[in-house]
Design a protein around this ligand. Structure first.
Ligand code: KIV
Length: 272
């Protein structure tokens, strides 16, 4: 299949909008460091998300709440150094935008100025509208995130599927329209029923990117380490793995240890 947007030298929010218009799916993956981002850059990935899932994947926290703005800026700066083509989106961490729109703008400006990223993402709908508007008014593109919003895990009390009840589904649809109206360029829909994601996607003019939200969304996102089979303890139903790299890496390390212990490494050709 010929992909319409394959030849663009830089993916912009406009390109994503075009992809939705032409029915070309958007492929998004996370990255937190230079070497993984360089691998992503060697592909035709459309969007790279410096997700606050770095709190789990890189730092071993149980939730995404502890990660700081300074930490996100370090991860994002490393990723941006490796990426030319993809749109780079950086998550705003918990506590940097919820309560105060001036603080939200200051946090977003720090991300854009210090990392060189293309856009920010934040979680929530109407309750963060003022922050979204203020960030947008400074010319910073905003990606929304609805459904399972991991920064609210202490309110939800579970990582189960969201919006299965009519009331929450109606609120999500309203929030999606509010974010679109405010000027967000795309919305992540996480872990919601496929039928609801399809309805939202059909109603919105801006692209939706799903994770555990079925086939109908305009794009898909996964955490890179999850889809590579590196984070082996995390296996939700929506996750498809494209390799067993966790096992492969562990095997390579076992092989190296055995070679060192046996004296096989280094050999004569591997010395000066
Ligand atoms: O932090 C993250 O990686 C995310 C994606 C799972 C959408 O928000």
């Amino acid at each position: 299949m010929a992909y319409l947007q394959t030849d663009v030298t830089k993916v912009t929010t406009r390109v994503l909008q075009n992809m939705k218009l032409h029915g070309e799916k958007i492929a998004m993956l996370t990255a937190y460091d230079f070497s993984m981002a360089a691998l992503l850059e060697s592909t035709k990935i459309d969007v790279v998300l410096v997700g606050d899932s770095a709190a789990n994947v890189m730092e071993g926290h149980k939730t995404t709440l502890p990660i700081t703005l300074d930490e996100m800026i370090v991860y994002a700066t490393s990723v941006v150094r490796a990426i030319n083509r993809a749109l780079v989106v950086v998550d705003m961490p918990f506590g940097t935008y919820q309560g105060n729109s001036k603080q939200a703008l200051a946090s977003a400006i720090r991300i854009m100025k210090e990392t060189g990223a293309d856009a920010i993402k934040l979680e929530g709908g109407e309750e963060v509208l003022e922050s979204v508007q203020r960030i947008l008014s400074a010319g910073i593109p905003v990606m929304g995130h609805l459904g399972l919003t991991p920064q609210s895990i202490n309110k939800f009390g579970t990582y189960a599927v969201r919006a299965t009840e009519q009331e929450e589904a109606d609120r999500l649809k309203r929030d999606a329209l509010i974010l679109q109206e405010a000027g967000c360029f795309a919305i992540v829909l996480e872990k919601i029923p496929a039928a609801l994601a399809a309805e939202v996607t059909a109603e919105l003019k801006i692209p939706t990117i799903g994770i555990g939200a079925g086939q109908a969304t305009d794009g898909q996102v996964l955490v890179l380490q999850d889809m590579l089979g590196i984070t082996r303890q995390f296996m939700p139903r929506y996750l498809r793995t494209y390799g067993t790299f966790g096992e492969d890496i562990a095997n390579a390390i076992r092989h190296y240890i055995s070679d060192v212990k046996s004296g096989d490494f280094p050999n004569e050709k591997e010395q000066y």
